[in-house]
Design a protein around this ligand. Structure first.
Ligand SMILES: [Zn+2]
Length: 448
């Protein structure tokens, strides 16, 4: 209670995260003179290409951001995960996260925190300040801690997320939706920036990812109507970044980052049917309804995106592969996966198949997929069981990429190159800036 008597140590940190904005895209556009504010940032600071996590899913990447840990430590392995001993899936939330976040760590160190909209912050955990949850929340009454903030947001007409279902019906209407959601977010950001005391302030813009999913190809193909709308949206994001950077002043650390890159989808690939064709997966009925229909003679199956599990005895509901045949089964699955090729051109579609022990380590290791198939850019790996192997894309025209997320830090040099810089490095970096001790179980390493 005598905190106010202590001299405050460490810097204040302001973070804007722009979901799914590729480093390469920003670089290219700045060279074309498109985003003047971001261009100005680059004159004062360092921007680097950064790696995401596997699988390349926002929920997984932001969990690694906020914990500084790999998925086997924070327990968020995908947008959907399977219930233990079952093929029933659930959407993991902050409840499933088995780690402290940097915001809880800062809070305990007496720092004041404001966090808005970062994926996997719902239900909002208690912090010394304000925590506004993410798109995993469907009721605005429950979005924030303390709950009085939920009421304020409701009054402001705050929107938790742009409704992607609109995009499936009407792209023009979705543009209105995504722009409105952005404006509401920006309004809330400036409102709380004025109102709250903070040592750490974080606004997450999800709308960039949303627009990328539905408009990336239209932008790349220079669609006469939608390319302009896409760039207008991004120009607005650039304006907001410029405005906020000026507002916070020079004595605050300023960080802008994304969690993955983006590319145009060439094809959707339904891995389970590919495994069926290869004789490694069987279903009881045809067409099967879902993974609960797996025949016990199966060797393995896939969960979106590219996560492949051995049908292991004792672990899987219809498991039949004995533990001493686990490595054989993994090898068979991996061999078949790397041989997945385009029908007509024979082009390989899988860049790499990763064994789980090569990227995951921690108390939830047993929940991880046995193999992760990493596609070449443009091949979107799906998990549905009742589709042909090669599917034409629908309204979703953009997909995530691993190596092309972006990290900008003002007035600092990032002492890591892009081959080992990853989104989990931010947690220890931020704590270090704030002069808060970094827990020893973090996997990330401070970038300065
Ligand atoms: Zn996305």
């Amino acid at each position: 209670m005598f905190n106010f008597l202590k001299k405050k140590n460490g810097s204040r940190v302001f973070v804007v995260s722009i979901d799914g904005v590729p480093y390469s895209f920003m670089k290219e556009q700045i060279e074309l003179g498109r985003f003047p504010n971001f261009k100005r940032f680059l004159d004062n600071g360092d921007v680097k290409r950064m790696n995401s996590v596997q699988p390349v899913i926002s929920s997984v990447a932001w969990s690694s951001f906020m914990t500084g840990k790999n998925p086997a430590k924070h327990n968020i392995f995908g947008f959907v995960d399977q219930k233990p001993g079952s093929h029933d899936v659930y959407i993991p939330t902050a409840v499933n996260m088995t780690s402290d976040t940097i915001w809880e760590i800062m809070s305990r160190a007496g720092k004041k925190v404001f966090v808005m909209n970062v994926p996997v912050t719902y239900p909002p955990r208690h912090v010394n300040g304000v925590m506004i949850g993410c798109f995993l929340c469907t009721q605005i009454e429950k979005i924030a801690s303390p709950s009085s903030v939920s009421d304020e947001l409701k009054k402001m007409g705050y929107k938790i997320d742009a409704d992607a279902w609109i995009a499936r019906e009407n792209l023009d209407q979705f543009l209105v939706e995504v722009n409105t959601t952005l404006e509401k977010r920006v309004e809330a950001m400036f409102h709380y920036l004025e109102k709250e005391e903070w040592d750490y302030f974080h606004t997450h813009i999800m709308e960039t990812d949303r627009i990328n999913h539905f408009f990336w190809e239209h932008m790349e193909r220079d669609n006469p109507k939608y390319a302009k709308a896409f760039f207008d949206f991004y120009v607005r994001v650039d304006e907001v970044l410029g405005e906020v950077e000026q507002k916070i002043g020079d004595d605050v650390e300023f960080i802008v980052l994304s969690d993955h890159g983006f590319c145009t989808i060439k094809k959707e690939i339904y891995l389970n049917n590919y495994l069926v064709d290869a004789g490694l997966l069987k279903f009881n009925s045809s067409p099967p309804k879902d993974l609960n229909d797996i025949h016990p003679e199966s060797i393995g199956y896939s969960l979106i995106p590219g996560r492949v599990f051995v049908n292991l005895e004792g672990r899987e509901p219809q498991g039949s592969v004995p533990l001493d045949k686990y490595e054989d089964a993994r090898e068979k699955l991996a061999d078949v996966l790397v041989n997945l090729k385009e029908h007509d051109t024979g082009e390989p579609l899988i860049r790499e198949v990763i064994k789980r022990e090569d990227i995951y380590e921690g108390q939830n290791f047993d929940s991880a997929a046995d193999l992760i198939a990493v596609p070449h850019d443009g091949y979107d790996l799906k998990g549905n069981v009742n589709k042909e192997v090669f599917g034409e894309k629908g309204p979703l025209v953009g997909m995530h990429t691993f190596e092309d997320s972006l990290l900008y830090i003002r007035n600092r040099e990032i002492h890591k190159d892009r081959t080992d810089l990853w989104v989990g490095d931010l947690a220890p970096s931020i704590l270090k800036l704030m002069d808060v001790p970094v827990p020893t179980d973090m996997d990330g390493v401070a970038v300065f």
